[in-house]
Write a protein that binds this ligand. Sequence first.
Ligand SMILES: [Zn+2]
Ligand SMILES: [Zn+2]
Ligand SMILES: [Zn+2]
Length: 118
Amino acid sequence: MSALCKYCGQKYNDARTLLGNSCSKHPDGRGRHALFEGDTEGPFYCVHCGQKYGELRSLVSNSCTRNPDGRYHEPYDGDVAGDFTCKYCGRTYRDIRNMVANSCPKNPVRGGRHSPAR
Ligand SMILES: [Zn+2]
Ligand SMILES: [Zn+2]
Ligand SMILES: [Zn+2]
Protein backbone atom coordinates (compact mmCIF):
# COMPACT_ATOMS: atom_id res chain seq x y z
CA MET A 1 0.00 0.00 0.00
CA SER A 2 1.45 3.33 -0.96
CA ALA A 3 1.19 6.33 1.34
CA LEU A 4 0.60 9.94 0.33
CA CYS A 5 1.29 13.15 2.21
CA LYS A 6 -1.84 15.28 2.61
CA TYR A 7 0.14 18.51 2.45
CA CYS A 8 2.45 17.99 -0.51
CA GLY A 9 1.11 14.84 -2.18
CA GLN A 10 4.46 13.09 -2.11
CA LYS A 11 4.24 9.33 -2.40
CA TYR A 12 6.05 6.82 -0.22
CA ASN A 13 5.97 3.06 -0.16
CA ASP A 14 4.93 3.01 3.46
CA ALA A 15 3.46 5.36 6.04
CA ARG A 16 6.41 5.04 8.40
CA THR A 17 8.88 6.48 5.95
CA LEU A 18 6.42 9.22 5.04
CA LEU A 19 5.90 10.27 8.67
CA GLY A 20 9.64 10.30 9.30
CA ASN A 21 10.50 12.83 6.61
CA SER A 22 10.08 16.57 6.62
CA CYS A 23 7.53 18.19 4.36
CA SER A 24 8.23 21.25 2.24
CA LYS A 25 4.56 22.24 2.25
CA HIS A 26 3.79 21.81 5.93
CA PRO A 27 1.23 24.45 6.98
CA ASP A 28 3.40 25.53 9.94
CA GLY A 29 6.36 26.19 7.70
CA ARG A 30 8.27 23.19 8.89
CA GLY A 31 7.29 19.77 10.08
CA ARG A 32 6.89 16.27 8.81
CA HIS A 33 4.63 14.84 6.18
CA ALA A 34 1.18 13.81 7.35
CA LEU A 35 -0.66 10.80 6.10
CA PHE A 36 -3.50 11.33 3.67
CA GLU A 37 -6.29 9.12 4.97
CA GLY A 38 -8.46 8.91 1.90
CA ASP A 39 -8.19 6.52 -1.01
CA THR A 40 -4.65 6.83 -2.38
CA GLU A 41 -5.83 5.84 -5.85
CA GLY A 42 -7.96 8.94 -6.16
CA PRO A 43 -9.75 10.77 -7.62
CA PHE A 44 -8.98 13.61 -5.20
CA TYR A 45 -11.35 16.46 -4.40
CA CYS A 46 -10.75 19.79 -2.74
CA VAL A 47 -12.87 20.23 0.42
CA HIS A 48 -13.29 23.94 -0.24
CA CYS A 49 -14.15 24.16 -3.92
CA GLY A 50 -14.77 20.55 -4.93
CA GLN A 51 -12.31 20.60 -7.79
CA LYS A 52 -11.29 17.13 -8.88
CA TYR A 53 -7.75 15.98 -9.56
CA GLY A 54 -6.30 12.68 -10.69
CA GLU A 55 -3.13 13.28 -8.67
CA LEU A 56 -3.01 14.49 -5.08
CA ARG A 57 0.21 16.26 -5.89
CA SER A 58 -1.46 18.50 -8.46
CA LEU A 59 -4.36 19.25 -6.14
CA VAL A 60 -2.16 20.49 -3.28
CA SER A 61 0.09 22.55 -5.53
CA ASN A 62 -2.68 24.53 -7.21
CA SER A 63 -4.14 27.58 -5.55
CA CYS A 64 -7.70 27.54 -4.27
CA THR A 65 -9.86 30.63 -4.31
CA ARG A 66 -12.15 29.23 -1.63
CA ASN A 67 -9.68 28.12 1.02
CA PRO A 68 -10.24 30.44 4.02
CA ASP A 69 -6.92 29.68 5.73
CA GLY A 70 -4.52 28.75 3.02
CA ARG A 71 -3.54 29.29 -0.56
CA TYR A 72 -3.89 25.83 -1.95
CA HIS A 73 -6.57 23.24 -2.39
CA GLU A 74 -6.96 20.91 0.53
CA PRO A 75 -7.80 17.27 -0.13
CA TYR A 76 -10.99 15.65 1.06
CA ASP A 77 -9.91 12.46 2.78
CA GLY A 78 -13.20 10.69 3.31
CA ASP A 79 -14.88 8.06 1.20
CA VAL A 80 -15.33 9.13 -2.42
CA ALA A 81 -17.32 6.10 -3.51
CA GLY A 82 -20.78 7.18 -2.33
CA ASP A 83 -22.61 10.43 -1.74
CA PHE A 84 -21.00 13.29 0.17
CA THR A 85 -22.61 14.30 3.46
CA CYS A 86 -22.44 17.82 4.85
CA LYS A 87 -20.76 17.87 8.26
CA TYR A 88 -23.01 20.69 9.47
CA CYS A 89 -26.49 19.84 8.28
CA GLY A 90 -26.22 16.23 7.13
CA ARG A 91 -27.55 16.90 3.66
CA THR A 92 -26.17 14.55 1.04
CA TYR A 93 -24.92 15.40 -2.40
CA ARG A 94 -23.74 13.18 -5.19
CA ASP A 95 -21.46 15.85 -6.55
CA ILE A 96 -19.01 17.50 -4.17
CA ARG A 97 -18.69 20.57 -6.37
CA ASN A 98 -22.38 21.11 -6.22
CA MET A 99 -22.31 20.68 -2.45
CA VAL A 100 -19.61 23.21 -1.68
CA ALA A 101 -21.14 25.75 -4.05
CA ASN A 102 -24.31 25.97 -1.96
CA SER A 103 -24.69 27.79 1.32
CA CYS A 104 -25.45 25.78 4.41
CA PRO A 105 -28.02 27.03 6.94
CA LYS A 106 -26.15 25.26 9.75
CA ASN A 107 -22.65 26.41 8.96
CA PRO A 108 -21.40 28.32 12.05
CA VAL A 109 -19.92 30.92 9.70
CA ARG A 110 -22.74 33.12 8.43
CA GLY A 111 -23.25 32.60 4.74
CA GLY A 112 -20.84 29.66 4.82
CA ARG A 113 -21.27 26.71 2.55
CA HIS A 114 -21.80 23.02 3.02
CA SER A 115 -18.64 21.12 3.81
CA PRO A 116 -18.12 17.39 3.33
CA ALA A 117 -17.82 15.19 6.42
CA ARG A 118 -15.41 12.28 6.29
ZN1 LIG B 1 4.46 16.42 2.60
ZN1 LIG C 1 -10.06 24.19 -3.74
ZN1 LIG D 1 -24.80 21.76 5.13
